[in-house]
Design a protein around this ligand. Structure first.
Ligand code: C5P
Length: 243
């Protein structure tokens, strides 16, 4: 794949984000006054390699999301499309893949819930796909030890631990995940199991998935405390920009 490859990003943003508590869909929650989705779109468009960003919106909110994108300053070199999402994250990603124009040969999939990923991480993922990897995930080592459990027999009963995977060999995987376009489309056509990320679908095809360094600022805004952390990161960036 040459350095002439064209890259698009699909941002699934159609989830309700119930773990954050009641309120607007998660992607539309404000961080320092700007919707999380706009931060995520800007984080992707910050890469000079990205020529198109496809936002997959809540089906009833597609018009609102289109207006949001129109109302916020975004780089001129990047095109934007908004499409309605589906019932699952996978369906939403597929809706985004369906509208990609010809000429795009690298596709990133990035969760709207990771609004602060630095551009170096985005570029690192694109570079690894350009270098020939069919699928690339940014990831970090884990701080916590992870236990595999048997689901509780009844609600309220204790879960039994069945295994402790070796922590040094585990990675917490982030987005954007990067793909050779044809590989990702084939994965979405072939794999029907419910999965929590796109790379695992490529794994199921038996193709290699490689890891590049993730970044602590690429964390997923999931719980209320994450909103505080995200605002603290933005405040630190603003303070650093002042110097
Ligand atoms: O629920 P979770 O945090 O894993 O969702 C990851 C991403 O997938 C979020 O950005 C969410 O908006 C998106 N999603 C979607 N369509 C759905 C469910 C989730 O686009 N039906």
């Amino acid at each position: 794949m040459s350095s002439e490859s064209r890259t698009a990003v699909v941002i699934p943003a159609a989830g309700r984000g119930v773990r954050l508590g009641p309120g607007a869909p998660k992607a539309l929650r404000a961080l320092n006054g700007t919707p999380m989705l706009i931060h995520a779109v800007r984080a992707m468009a910050a890469s000079r390699a990205v020529s198109l960003v496809v936002v997959v919106a809540p089906p009833e909110g597609a018009a609102e999301v289109k207006t949001l994108l129109d109302d916020h300053a975004l780089p001129e070199r990047t095109d934007f499309l908004v499409v309605p999402g589906g019932e699952s994250r996978q369906e939403s990603v597929r809706a985004g893949l369906d509208v990609l124009p010809p000429g795009i040969d690298i596709v990133l999939v990035h969760d709207a819930a990771r609004p602060l990923v630095p551009v170096d991480t985005v570029d690192g993922v694109i570079e690894a796909v350009r270098d020939g990897a069919p699928a690339v995930v940014p990831a970090l080592p884990l701080a916590d030890t992870v236990k595999q459990v048997e689901p509780a027999a009844a609600p309220g009963e204790a879960e039994a631990v069945v295994a402790t995977p070796e922590r040094a060999r585990l990675r917490a995987v982030q987005t954007p995940q990067g793909f050779d376009r044809a590989t990702l489309v084939r994965a979405h056509e072939t794999v029907t199991d419910n999965v929590t990320d796109d790379a695992s679908m490529v794994e199921q095809l038996g193709l290699p998935v490689v890891v590049v360094p993730g970044h602590e600022e690429a964390f997923k805004v999931t719980r209320p405390l994450d909103l505080l952390l995200a605002e603290a990161v933005l405040a630190r960036r603003r303070a650093n920009d002042g110097f």
